[in-house]
Design a binder for this molecule. Structure first.
Ligand SMILES: Cc1cc2nc3c(=O)[nH]c(=O)nc-3n(C[C@H](O)[C@H](O)[C@H](O)COP(=O)(O)OP(=O)(O)OC[C@H]3O[C@@H](n4cnc5c(N)ncnc54)[C@H](O)[C@@H]3O)c2cc1C
Ligand code: FES
Length: 203
């Protein structure tokens, strides 16, 4: 299921002519050794990682809708502004790059620094239990942490193992072409580092 990224197109850090990117258009090049997708929407130009963080789908072949891009393989959706994975099945964001216009040329600068200004959930909640340890429950737990929820967080499951990539079970994994390491959505240490208590109701 994973795609291999080979760099193609111009080195965007050296600049391209503004005229190469039409309004509504997109272009693939590279910067900092990574494939980069440039998208022009009106007066804005976005530069993001061109490879889907799910299984490496080519985002340049996906659909741009407003300020989002949808992966053509399994339809994960990413924000062009922040790189955030807005819709399943991707969990990780794509990189965002700074873009600068100098005269009639566009340059892709370095990667944007992640802003650690997580919004603290102001609901007063101090404990959350999510029932269901599948992709949906897992994504909810991750998002709560990313959005700044710092209280107790429990993921209650009827499964014997932490959340897994179920679609892979009946495809590459069953065919023997996906290693077992690909099956968990996150490694066990992730739950500890994010302070997510994964509990199996079977225990
Ligand atoms: C083999 C397989 C292949 C698939 N292939 C594809 C595919 O190719 N494309 C695609 O789009 N979708 C595919 N799917 C479907 C996809 O995996 C599901 O849509 C997705 O897993 C749904 O996620 P979920 O979190 O909503 O539910 P689930 O993954 O079903 O998770 C439900 C969770 O709730 C827990 N639970 C249930 N009852 C209780 C209880 N009483 N107390 C506590 N916890 C409980 C379960 O243990 C489980 O952890 C596949 C599914 C399977 C099984
Ligand atoms: S590879 Fe992009 S959604 Fe799966």
């Amino acid at each position: 299921m994973s795609g291999e990224t080979t760099l193609s197109g111009p080195d965007l850090s050296r600049g391209i002519a503004l005229s190469e990117l039409q309004d509504g258009g997109q272009l693939v090049g590279h910067a900092e050794g990574e494939a980069v997708l440039l998208v022009k929407r009106g007066q804005e130009v976005f530069a993001v990682g061109a490879t889907c963080t799910h299984y490496g789908g080519p985002l340049a072949e996906g659909l741009v809708v407003g300020d989002t891009v949808h992966c053509p393989w399994h339809h994960a959706c990413f924000s062009l502004r922040t790189g955030e994975a807005l819709a399943a099945p991707a969990l990780n964001p794509i990189a965002c790059f700074d873009v600068q216009q100098r005269g009639e040329q566009l340059f892709v600068l370095g990667k944007k620094q992640k802003k650690h200004e997580a919004v603290t959930v102001k609901s007063g909640l101090s404990s959350v239990v999510i029932v269901g340890g599948g992709a949906a429950g897992h994504a909810a737990a991750e998002l709560l942490r990313r959005e700044g929820y710092v209280g107790q967080l429990t993921l209650l499951s009827a499964d014997e193992s932490p959340p897994v990539d179920r679609p892979n079970l009946s495809k590459d994994y069953l065919a023997g072409t996906a290693p077992e390491e690909w099956i968990p959505l996150r490694p066990p240490k992730f739950f500890a580092s994010q302070r997510i208590d994964w509990c199996s109701a079977r225990e």
